[in-house]
Write a protein that binds this ligand. Sequence first.
Ligand SMILES: [Zn+2]
Ligand SMILES: [Zn+2]
Ligand SMILES: [Zn+2]
Length: 130
Amino acid sequence: MGIRADYVTRPREWIASILAREPRFLSAAQIHQGLERDGARVSLSTVYRTLDRLQAKGDITARPDADGEVTYMLCEPTRHHHHAICRSCGRVEDVDCAAMEQFAESLRARNGFELDGHAIEFFGKCGACR
Ligand SMILES: [Zn+2]
Ligand SMILES: [Zn+2]
Ligand SMILES: [Zn+2]
């Protein structure tokens, strides 16, 4: 791999590796701090641009934090699942959607409402913080 190719792929690999070891949502600034700790010299604007690209590819998911700042996490948005987010440490566990099938069924029976989509996040305390 030549110098030019490294220049293009490295920020993406660096950012993916920061996200891969943090099972929680991180802001662009936090990712940038992680890169600096690793000695990777990537500008904040490159971080934003790379995050946009990773998101467009479907490698990461984004959500606004409590202050409205966008945060990012490595995820498979194409595989339908939900997130259980620890209020103490921010750890995110993937949760499958089996219970939602029953809910959709009862909504159809009771309200006549046909569910064709939903967005749910769960909050609480993870195993380590309980
Ligand atoms: Zn996920
Ligand atoms: Zn926790
Ligand atoms: Zn679901």
